[in-house]
Structure formats: C-alpha cells, structure tokens
Design a protein around this ligand. Structure first.
Ligand SMILES: [Zn+2]
Length: 295
C-alpha cells in the first residue's frame, strides 16, 4: 500500500490543488474561457474562473482572494487582445506561467471611437477562432502535465469537431435572415467576429464595455441607423444594463430582440452554462428576432 502511494505521488505533475483535489490548477480569467479550458483538460486538471457568472470582465477589480488563488495556480490563462484591462497588474503578483488563449487567432481591429485600431477582444464569438483556442490550450496543458498530453490533444480534436458543427449551424441559421434585415444592433461592439462569420453588418452603442453607459450621441446614432435601415429588432448583452437600448426601442418602434451572452456564461441552471450553449442561444435569439419568427 505504501509503495503504491509513493508511486502515485512520483507520477504526478506539480500539485497545488485546493483541499483533497491534487490535480494541477489552471486559473482562467472568465467563465467562457474556463469552460473551453475544461473541455480540453477533461478530468486531468482543476480549472477555475477568477470572475463569476454574470460578472463584468473588462474592468474587473481583482479581490485579495483572487490574488491568493493566483498564488496557488500552476497555470494562468487569459484571453488577451486587451480583454482583461486589469490583468497585467494582477499577473505581476503571481509567479505561475501564463498562456494567452487567443494566441492563434487573427484579430479584427475596432473601428471608430476612442478604441479605433485596437484589436477587438471578443475573438471567442467565432467558433472557428475557438478551435484555435483549443489547440493553444492543448499545447499549454501538455507542458503543464506531459503524462496526459495525448488526452489533451484528443479532447481538443473532439471539441473542435463540435465547434465546427455549431459553426455550420450558425451559418445556416443566419443565412435564412433576409438581406434587408441582416443588421445586428447590440449594446457592446462584441459581435464583430460572429457578424463576419454570419455575413451580418454590425452596429452598436459603444465599442467596448468600459463605462457601460451610452452617451446621448451614441444613442442618437443608433436610433438613426435603425430608422434608416428599418431594422426589425435590437439586442443587449447579459452583463450590462439594457436601458440605453430600451431608449432606442422607444424612439424607433423596433422590437427588443432579447438578451445575448458574450462576456459571461450563465450559472449551471441558466440558458448558457457552456460556451457551445452560448453560441447556440445567441444564434437562435438573433435569427428568431430578425426573421420575426416569434411574432
Ligand atoms: Zn465585452
């Protein structure tokens, strides 16, 4: 028995898990990334998210508890592309290695406003991009836990097949939206990658959640766009107030098409407990509202 226990210990990668869980700890910045990481890690790694479901991710303020978690982590994963504006300072306090999940993605630049020219951080809103996330994570996890490298590759490949399926469904579903109604109007400019994949044009109140509040000029510009293009429905996201978009609805008579998920998953009992659910849910919500399927 003692011999078996020693052999088991010797065969393990570095351990920093909480309580009885002695698997290596992977700390991610937000819930979407945690789910993607879990799909690749399987049962071999303990994956956690710093921020909770529903949290605002761009301007998050790490707590002392987050800093303690980072000190225990064996690997820290961020999205990159300037998503986590708080991350550099946070990382300075941790000595775990760190991997940028979006490393294999071709960024799209933000146009207009104060953020013009900077990369749009929401690369995960394209399932094709998340295939690259999965490959990057499989490599990083192999470095952390070489004994399970083959499993990480196999998990990533299986997940990539599911992502391709969701991507195909998204393209087919949104191709059904008539040409004149192919405009996606949201609060944050977070749908650039999805809009590109689906062949939709994109309009939004603000480019990146920072102030979380639309200026009267931003509301007026979207009101004009909705009127000029006869846009049937507009949307807002789960992590911000939809008040300014309700103003657009009131001023134009467009429908409020629903709440979309981007920067956070829901809790386990909500509509989007996983990333694949998030893409399916957003696709259905957009397609239904723009084609008037719910009327
Ligand atoms: Zn965002």
């Amino acid at each position: 028995m003692a011999v078996a226990a020693v052999a088991l210990l010797a065969g393990c990668a570095p351990r920093a898990g909480a309580g009885d869980d002695d698997r290596p700890v992977v700390l991610t910045t937000f819930t979407v990334l945690a789910d993607i990481a879990r799909q690749v890690a399987g049962d071999h790694l303990h994956v956690e998210s710093i921020t909770k479901p529903g949290a605002e991710i761009h301007g998050y303020q790490p707590t002392p508890g987050d800093v303690r978690k980072a000190a225990r982590a064996d690997l820290i994963v961020d999205n990159g592309l300037d998503l986590e504006l708080w991350f550099d300072r946070f990382l300075a306090d941790a000595d775990a290695p760190h991997v940028v999940a979006s490393a294999g993605v071709e960024p799209i630049a933000i146009t207009g406003d104060a953020y013009a020219g900077r990369p749009n951080p929401h690369a995960w809103m394209s399932p094709a991009n998340v295939q690259a996330y999965a490959a990057t994570l499989a490599d990083a996890f192999a470095g952390l836990d070489p004994a399970h490298a083959d499993d990480f590759q196999a998990n990533a490949q299986q997940y990539q097949r599911q992502l391709q399926q969701v991507d195909d469904d998204l393209a087919r579903r949104l191709a059904a939206v008539p040409e004149s109604q192919r405009v996606l109007v949201t609060c944050e400019g977070a749908f650039t990658y999805l809009a590109r994949d689906a062949g939709l044009t994109e309009q939004y109140l603000w480019p990146v959640n920072a102030e979380n509040q639309a200026t009267p000029q931003q509301v007026a510009a979207v009101v004009d766009h909705v009127r000029d293009n006869d846009v049937p429905a507009v949307f807002c996201e789960s992590t911000v107030s939809d008040k300014p978009m309700r103003q657009v609805v009131e001023a134009t008579g467009a429908e409020f098409g629903g709440t979309l998920y981007v920067d956070s998953l829901s809790g386990p009992d909500g509509p989007v407990p996983t990333y694949l659910d998030l893409i399916r849910y957003d696709t259905d919500t957009i397609a239904d509202a723009l084609t008037g399927a719910r009327e």
